[in-house]
Structures are given as C-alpha cells and as structure tokens.
Design a protein around this ligand. Structure first.
Ligand SMILES: *[C@@H]1O[C@H](CO)[C@@H](O)[C@H](O)[C@H]1NC(C)=O
Length: 318
C-alpha cells in the first residue's frame, strides 16, 4: 500500500470483554470496586508512610513510589474501560489510543524496574544486613527510584514511534477492552514484521530480563533464609510466595503477550486484566498492609486523627 495515499482511521472500536449485558453490568460493578479500592488503598499507604518518620527509610521510599505508580497504572485506562461497560459503542480516537499505549509503557516499564529495585533492596538486607545502610544509602535509593521512572519514560516513546506512523487504513476493530500495542499493530495495512521485532526486542526483552532478575533474587533470598532458621522459614516462605505470586501475575501476561507477538491467542485479552487491574490492588496488600511497621503507623495515624477531631469538638463546645 502506498503510504502517502490512504486515509488514516479516525478512531478505533473496542470489542470489549464480553457481549452479554448481564456480564457487562457485573464487570461494571466489579471493576468499579477494584478501581476505587486500588486508589484508596495506595493513597492510604502513601499518607501513612509520609506521616510517620519511622517509615522514612529506603524500603518505604520505594514502596510509596510503587503505590504512586500503581495509582497511575490503574488510572490511565481503567476508568474509560469501566465507562465503556455501560455503553454500546466503545470507541476511542486514534490519538487517545496512542496516548493509552504511551502511558501503559511508561507506568508498566517503571513498575517492572521498581519491582526489581525492591527485590534488590531485600536481597541486600538479607544477604548483607550489616552493610545494608551503607549500600542502600539515600543517594543509591533515590537513584534506583528515579532510574525506574526514567526507564519507563525513555522506553515508551521508542515503542510508540514504531507504531504511530504505520498506515492504519481500516479495519479499525480491536478485539480487546483496552488499548495495547500488539493488537493494533496487526491492523496496520502494511507488513508489520519490523515493528513486531522491535516490540519483541524492547518490551519483550525488558519483561523477560526483569522477571529473571526477580526470580534470581528471590531464590537467593529463600536459600539464605533457610540457612538461618531463626528467621522463621515458614513465615519467610509465605511472604516470598506472596511476592512471587504478584510478580508472576504482573509479568506472566506481559511476557506472554509481548514475547510471543507473532500469534494471537484469545487468552491475551483476559490475561491483560491481571497486569492492569489486579497488580495495582495486590501490591499494597502484599508489600505493605501485612507489615507490622505499617500497621502500627496506621494505628498512630488513626489515633492522631481521632484525637485532633476530639480536640476540635472540645474547643467547639467550650
Ligand atoms: C519517591 O522517591 C523519591 C526519590 O527517592 C522520593 O523523594 C519521594 O519521596 C518518593 N515518593 C513518595 C510518594 O514517597
């Protein structure tokens, strides 16, 4: 097809998660609940950590940044998806679609690197507990956090650049409920081999590398913990199992979708729910809310809030 001589589609039509109305109502309620819980849960963590100086440590700086990333990851596309559940026509403009791809890769890319940074943090804490504060000093911690944001921001434009200039002359129906690269590339009316290989080398490689790094650090942590039985193997194992579950839920779909981009599986559509909807809600539960320090900080926050309310009511009655 001659690239200079086609009319580009103005919008894409998303076919949604399901065509049954009952199911769509069910998804509407379910995803609303998940979305609101995700945002409130993550904001609560940020507020708790900021309010308690005891938690101003490298680990919690990373955790709150993860919470912020989770809020963004949950927010860039899910509200539109929730809105679409109740609407017959699920369309999105060409620019809107490209913008969603851009933000998906910024936030998911940042999250991948940050998860690796957090596993590295735990690795240092368990392997070299005495040198932990020297190794994970403020400078290095800030570097890791800023590095993950920068990686996301730098990774995304490259991905988008290989797609945005492809000739999209129709059809414009995307068999999904959210906007992703793999699906839209297939709609381009040209040979898409080069953009698909670029995608594999960029997103696919990034996902696989981060996932392998995480698995290696978790394995080393597990082996170390087993040699120091005083730590409580059962507890450590349950914590690590939780981490590995989340990481697999997040990376599994990414790797499945990006590292095998040449054939489309119907499960792609369902799998991607895990990365965009479930990971942002599971992170606060697994990394933070089960943690004793955070629980006590939340308790302090609550006590402070209640006592300040009592004080203000007291001054009103006087
Ligand atoms: C995120 O990380 C930066 C750099 O380390 C830190 O200054 C900032 O406080 C963190 N953000 C939150 C919300 O904790």
């Amino acid at each position: 097809m001659d690239q200079g001589n086609y009319s580009r589609v103005a919008e894409f039509v998303l076919s949604g998660l399901s065509s049954s109305w009952e199911l769509q109502y069910f998804f509407f309620v379910l995803f609303n609940f998940l979305y609101i819980t995700t945002v409130l849960g993550n904001l609560l963590i940020v507020l708790t950590v900021i309010s308690d100086p005891v938690l101003h440590t490298p680990m919690y700086i990373k955790l709150t940044n993860l919470s912020v990333l989770d809020v963004f990851l949950a927010t860039y596309a899910t509200p539109k998806m929730i809105h679409d559940f109740l609407h017959e026509s699920k369309t999105i403009s060409f620019e809107g679609y490209m913008a969603q791809i851009f933000w998906l890769h910024v936030f998911a890319g940042g999250e991948m690197v940050l998860l690796v940074a957090m596993a590295y943090d735990r690795y240092v804490a368990i392997r070299k507990p005495l040198q932990y504060t020297t190794i994970m000093n403020l400078c290095r911690c800030t570097g890791l956090v800023v590095g993950s944001w920068v990686t996301g921001i730098m990774h995304s434009p490259g991905q988008l650049a290989s797609t945005i200039n492809l000739p999209f002359c129709g059809p414009n129906i995307v068999d999904s409920y959210y906007c992703d690269l793999t699906l839209v590339i297939k709609l381009a009316c040209t040979d898409t081999c080069v953009p698909e290989v670029l995608m594999l080398l960029d997103s696919g490689l990034m996902g696989v590398t981060s996932f392998l790094l995480l698995l290696i650090s978790y394995t080393v942590i597990l082996i170390t913990v087993q040699h120091h039985s005083s730590v409580g193997i059962a507890k450590a194992c349950s914590i690590l199992t939780a981490h590995i579950t989340v990481v697999t839920l997040f990376f599994g779909p990414c790797i499945f979708i990006y590292a095998w981009p040449f054939s489309s599986f119907p499960v792609d559509k369902v799998l991607s729910v895990f990365s965009t909807v479930f990971t942002p809600i599971l992170n606060p539960i697994i990394y933070t809310l089960r943690n004793k320090e955070v629980k006590s900080a939340m308790h302090k926050l609550k006590t402070r809030y209640v006592s300040s309310r009592l004080l203000s009511q007291l001054s009103l009655t006087r």
